[in-house]
Design a protein around this ligand. Structure first.
Ligand code: ADP
Ligand code: ASP
Ligand code: MG
Length: 423
């Protein structure tokens, strides 16, 4: 008997009908002779609604209570899903992340999984149950507080459980037919990818393709768990993400795997920083102490007359306030003139292992943006990725232009988006 882990995202369980539809799929997997563990997200946009609600009672809610609040979303869907499965005549039990043995560090709102001890899940399976686990949450090892894994964290719960239970595959069910060459909500001519390497998927996820969370892909690569991303609305085969293609999984020999975009970041410019050793270190130590993750960094050439320079960096919008407050508090010791905060930016990234050996990709990328009249504000690269920051208003046009320029447009069907609000 095989063991499969299936994860259903919020858009797949957005209402009672969705929950009943998903319950049927789960029962089918069980009827096919599998032991089934299901990880479920909060219904629809519940998490966003809870975040909004928290903001109405406190501008900067305490991390511990914020996590306690957000985990309620997944508790609702796990219990309803277990009820719907029982209604179909099959045994199911729901478990919180803590009950399922998801042990994390104690960084609230973005905890990391450090161990998974799924004893209760094993027992539930051995007794013939379908086990339903609340995604996106765990319990901290030292303080025993409830934690959350960061937005989209149910993907990571699913892969972590798949690894701990030695599952054959981790199926991620969502509202599109798989991983596409660009977000199908933006590029209707995006093509579904049959197979993609962990390496390319990691870069796409890190660059904003939220169909899979970056940490989930990292985890899957570390434990070598193949992921199958597919739609919970259609019966179609989706995208396989793994080290090596298996069986009939088609490998595209394209230089570029896809185009990702991200509008969740903001840019902070520290203006008038003395151009001397230790300044950048002081700025980024301050940011690190505030537990804020940064993405791109650019330092301008200093003006010879003043000896002052500007340093810009990007970070998640959700952490903008925290970063600004931390810098302001340390203004005296760091020494800078002012801070500028800009949340009207977008990041566009081109990803593909083939770019290592193909000169001219960067030039073609910049030409496509320039032909579309898009101005570039920041640039960063890795061996298999080029990213630029542009104005948020330009993002859709820029993604489409780059997708077309690299020959990624599909000439057959239009990509289908079955549900969700894209929020
Ligand atoms: P879920 O609720 O299932 O977790 P998400 O909203 O987190 O779903 O992720 C699915 C969404 O990811 C899709 O609806 C799509 O808009 C977006 N997306 C972004 N980039 C891609 C891509 N390259 N391929 C497929 N979907 C993508
Ligand atoms: N419900 C959480 C979120 O919206 C986790 C998830 O869906 O993966 O971010
Ligand atoms: Mg998701």
């Amino acid at each position: 008997m095989g063991l499969v882990v299936q994860k259903y995202g919020g858009s797949s369980v957005s209402d009672a009908e969705g929950i009943k539809r998903v319950a049927k799929r789960i029962v089918d997997a069980k009827k096919n002779g599998n032991q089934v563990v299901v990880v479920v997200s909060a219904m629809g946009d519940t998490t966003d609604e809870l975040i909004d609600l928290a903001g109405q009672v406190s501008p900067i809610p305490a991390g511990r209570e914020f996590d306690m609040l957000l985990t309620a979303g997944e508790r609702i869907s796990m219990a309803l899903l277990a009820m719907a499965i029982k209604n179909l005549g099959h045994e199911a039990q729901s478990f919180t992340g803590s009950q399922a043995g998801v042990i994390t560090d104690s960084v609230h709102n973005k905890a990391r999984i450090i161990d998974v001890t799924p004893g209760r899940i094993r027992t539930a399976l051995d007794e013939g149950n379908i086990a339903i686990v609340a995604g996106f949450q765990g319990v901290s090892q030292d303080k025993k507080d409830i934690t959350t894994l960061g937005r989209g964290g149910s993907d990571t719960t699913a892969v972590a459980l798949a690894a701990a239970l030695d599952a054959e595959v981790c199926e991620i069910y969502t509202d599109v037919d798989g991983v596409f060459t660009a977000d199908p909500r933006v590029v209707t001519k995006a093509r579904k990818i049959d197979w993609i390497s962990f390496e390319d998927m990691l870069e796409l996820a890190a660059s904003g393709s939220k169909v899979l969370l970056h940490r989930c892909v990292e985890y899957a690569r570390r434990y070598n768990i193949p992921i199958h991303v597919r739609s919970s609305f259609s019966g179609l085969r989706g995208t396989w993400v793994s080290n090596e293609p298996q069986g009939d999984q088609k490998v595209e020999h394209a230089i570029i795997s896809g185009v990702a975009h991200d509008v969740s970041e903001a840019k902070i410019t520290v203006v008038g920083v003395p151009d001397k050793p230790g300044e950048a270190a002081a700025i980024f130590r301050t940011i690190a102490n505030a537990e804020v993750n940064i993405d791109m960094v650019v330092q301008n050439v200093s003006a010879a007359s003043t000896g002052l320079t500007d340093i810009s960096f990007t970070l998640p919008k959700a952490e903008g306030r925290k970063a600004i407050d931390a810098l302001e508090r340390n203004r005296g010791t760091i020494g800078f003139e002012s801070l500028r905060y800009d949340d009207q930016i977008a990041k566009i990234s081109l990803v593909g292992a083939g770019m290592k050996t193909n000169p001219g990709v960067t030039a073609a990328f910049f030409e496509a943006l320039s032909d579309a009249g898009v101005n570039i504000e920041l640039i960063s690269t890795s061996e298999i990725r080029i990213s630029v920051v542009t104005r948020a208003d330009d993002v859709i046009e820029a993604v489409r232009a780059v997708h077309t320029a690299f020959g990624l447009d599909s000439d057959s069907d239009e990509a289908v988006v079955y549900g969700g609000t894209g929020r």
